[in-house]
Write a protein of this length. Structure first.
Length: 139
């Protein structure tokens, strides 16, 4: 397969897989720790509910952002034909942009916003890239 096409596919699949993991974990958190009286599947409901969030309500969003980025970056790095770490990091920057948009649109607790933006995206993309570029030892 043409390396450029393969690299494009790597980014698309990395975003889709990472996004699926992210959404799955966030939705799991909504089921495990629901906020009574709010439909947080809508933007209006989420804006109203954020003021009611406790520490436990931030666990799954953080895990979704971090693990979604990690898996998406790893997948992109594995699929990419060249510059595997660069493509893994591109996934991290893409998800970081999404995180910044979320912080601006739905301001939550400052400690969560700082931890999420600093720990869930770029470090996880780097780890995913390292996993993707890891060479298996010869037996």
């Amino acid at each position: 397969m043409n390396p450029i096409l393969r690299n494009i596919i790597a980014v698309i699949v990395g975003i889709l897989v990472g996004g699926f993991v992210n959404i799955s974990l966030v939705e799991t958190g909504n089921a495990v720790f629901p906020i009574e009286g709010y439909d947080i599947t809508t933007p209006e409901g989420l804006k109203g509910a954020i003021s009611q969030f406790e520490f436990k309500n931030y666990i799954f969003p953080f895990l979704g952002h971090a693990i979604g980025t990690l898996i998406g970056a790893m997948v992109a790095g594995i699929i990419a034909a060249t510059h595997k770490m660069k493509f893994a990091m591109a996934i991290g920057f893409f998800f970081l942009l999404g995180g910044i948009i979320m912080v601006v649109s739905y301001p939550g607790a400052m400690w969560f916003n700082v931890a999420d933006l600093l720990l869930a995206y770029i470090p996880m993309a780097w780890i995913g890239g390292k996993i993707a570029t890891c060479k298996t030892p010869k037996s």
